[in-house]
Ligand binder design. Structure first.
Ligand SMILES: Nc1ncnc2c1ncn2[C@@H]1O[C@H](COP(=O)(O)OP(=O)(O)O)[C@@H](O)[C@H]1O
Ligand code: SF4
Ligand SMILES: [Mg+2]
Length: 391
C-alpha cells in the first residue's frame, strides 16, 4: 500500500507571472474561489458528513473585450464557476472582483447593479426558455427587474432590436419557443442575455446541445456581438475544439481546479499538463498524414468523486506519469520550474510536478507506459491500465 499524506495545498501564486506583455486592466479578477456543497445525513438531526468540492481554489483574470474559454469533462465544476460569477450561488470562500470591487460581499442594490452587468447564457435552449411565454416576454423579462434600462413604452421596440441583432426576424416577437429551431432558440437566449447591456457574458456550454453546423453559426454570432457591444466572455465547453476559435485564453479544469491555463497557442500547440495532452489527443485532426502520426492518449477510469478527491495531484489516479510526489504534494498552478525565465509558449501555468511539452505528432512508442488507480505512481509493478497511449 502506498502512503496517503495530505498536505495543505500551497497557496496558488498570482496567475500570469510569466514573462509576457502586460495585459489590459482586468474587468474581473477571481481569486481562490471555492464552492463546497455540504453532504448531509439524517432527516430530523441533519449532520454534515462531508462536502462536494465542486470548485476548489480557482483563480483567473478576465480582461475587457477578452474571451476566456473554460473546458473540462462533465462534473469538473464549470457550471458552478458560472453560477458563482453571475451570483446564482454564493462562494464558500474566495473573492470575485468586478472592476476592482469584491462583489461577493455585496447585497441589495449594489449587488443588483453588478448583476446587471454580468449576464448568463445557458446551455440548453430547449429547457432554459419558458414554453408558455412568448419570445418577446422572454427577452424582455429582465426589464421587469431593471426597468431603468427600458421604460415600459419602449420595451417592445427594444426587444425587436434585440431580435434583429441576433439575426432573427423582429416580427417573430409573439411566437413561442417551440416554433423555433435549436439554433434559433439559442439566439433567443443570447438576446435575453444582451437585454440589460451587460459588460460580461458567462456562456455555459451555449452550443453543446446544438448540431455541429449550427454550433459554428452561434459561435460566429457571439464573436460578432462581442465586437459590436465590447463584451467580455467566459465561454464554457466540455470540448477543447469548440472554444479554440473564440477564446483568447483557455483554462482546462479537472475536479474543481485549473490544470493548465494559457493562450490558444500555449494550450493547443504547447500543452504541458498530461490531462490537456490527453484531451487534445482525442480532438479530430482533419489532415490524414498528421492523424497517422499522432499519438492517441486514452484515459482510463472515471473522474474521482469531488467529495473525496485524491491527495496531492487530483489527476494522479488517471495520469500515466504519476509518481510518489504526485500523491504527496499538490502541484500549484504556476509556470513550471524548467520553463521559468523562458519566453517561449511552453512557459505558461501548468499544475503538474512533471510538466513537459509532448510532441503531439510523432509515431507511437514501442513501449507503452502504463499507470492507473492501482499503480498511481507509475512504478510499472502492477500493469493495470489506468492511462495508456496508443497509436
Ligand atoms: N447544488 C448542488 N449540490 C450538491 N452538489 C452539486 C450541486 N451542484 C453541483 N454539484 C456537484 O458539483 C460538481 C460540479 O458540478 P458542475 O459545476 O455542474 O460541473 P460541470 O458543469 O463541469 O459538469 C459535480 O460533482 C456536481 O454533482
Ligand atoms: S505527473 Fe503527477 S503532478 Fe503531473 S499531472 Fe500527472 S499525477 Fe499530476
Ligand atoms: Mg455544466
Amino acid at each position: 500500500m502506498h502512503q496517503h499524506i495530505e498536505v495543505e495545498p500551497p497557496r496558488e501564486p498570482e496567475p500570469e507571472q510569466s514573462p509576457r506583455p502586460p495585459r489590459p486592466e482586468p474587468i474581473l479578477e477571481v481569486r481562490d474561489l471555492q464552492k463546497l456543497y455540504p453532504l448531509t445525513r439524517g432527516v430530523v438531526f441533519r449532520r454534515q458528513t462531508g462536502a462536494v468540492r465542486a470548485v476548489d481554489t480557482v483563480s483567473f483574470d478576465l480582461a475587457r473585450g477578452e474571451t476566456l474559454g473554460i473546458v473540462g469533462e462533465s462534473g469538473c465544476g464549470k457550471s458552478t464557476v458560472a453560477k458563482l460569477l453571475v451570483h446564482l450561488e454564493r462562494p464558500t470562500s474566495g473573492t470575485i472582483r468586478y472592476k476592482g470591487e469584491d462583489v461577493t460581499k455585496l447585497s441589495g442594490r449594489a449587488l443588483k447593479a453588478v448583476r446587471r452587468n454580468i449576464q448568463m447564457v445557458f446551455q440548453d435552449p430547449y429547457t432554459s426558455l419558458n414554453p408558455r411565454m412568448t419570445v418577446g416576454d422572454i427577452i424582455g423579462e429582465p426589464f421587469e427587474i431593471h426597468p431603468e434600462v427600458a421604460p415600459k413604452g419602449d420595451r417592445r421596440r427594444r426587444v425587436q432590436d434585440l431580435l434583429d441583432v441576433v439575426g432573427l426576424n423582429p416580427e417573430y416577437i409573439n411566437r413561442y419557443p417551440h416554433q423555433f429551431s435549436g439554433g434559433q432558440r439559442q439566439r433567443i437566449g443570447i438576446a435575453r442575455g444582451l437585454a440589460l447591456n451587460p459588460e460580461i457574458i458567462v456562456a455555459d456550454e451555449p452550443v453543446s446541445a446544438l448540431d455541429v453546423s449550427v454550433q459554428a453559426q452561434v459561435i460566429n454570432l457571439m464573436e460578432k456581438l462581442q465586437d459590436e457591444f465590447d463584451l467580455s466572455y467566459i465561454f464554457i465547453a466540455h470540448d477543447l475544439s469548440v472554444v479554440r476559435h473564440i477564446s483568447d485564453r483557455v483554462g482546462v479544469m479537472y475536479l474543481g481546479r485549473f490544470a493548465e491555463t494559457g493562450t490558444g497557442e500555449e494550450i493547443y500547440e504547447h500543452p504541458t499538463h498530461p490531462y490537456t495532452q490527453a484531451l487534445l489527443s482525442a480532438v479530430p485532426v482533419p489532415d490524414p498524414a498528421a492523424r497517422e502520426q499522432r499519438e492517441r492518449i486514452l484515459l482510463y477510469g472515471d473522474v474521482p468523486s469531488p467529495a473525496d478527491p485524491p491527495s496531492g495531484c487530483r489527476f494522479r489516479t488517471r495520469c500515466w506519469k504519476a509518481r510518489e510526489k504526485c500523491a504527496r504534494e499538490v502541484p500549484a498552478l504556476a509556470v513550471p520550474e524548467e520553463f521559468r525565465g523562458r519566453s517561449g509558449p511552453a512557459a505558461h501555468p501548468s499544475a503538474c510536478h512533471f510538466a513537459e511539452t509532448l510532441p503531439l505528432a510523432r509515431p507511437a512508442p514501442q513501449h507503452v507506459r502504463q499507470g492507473g488507480p492501482s499503480d498511481p505512481y507509475g512504478s510499472g509493478e502492477t500493469p493495470e491500465p489506468g492511462g495508456r497511449r496508443d497509436g
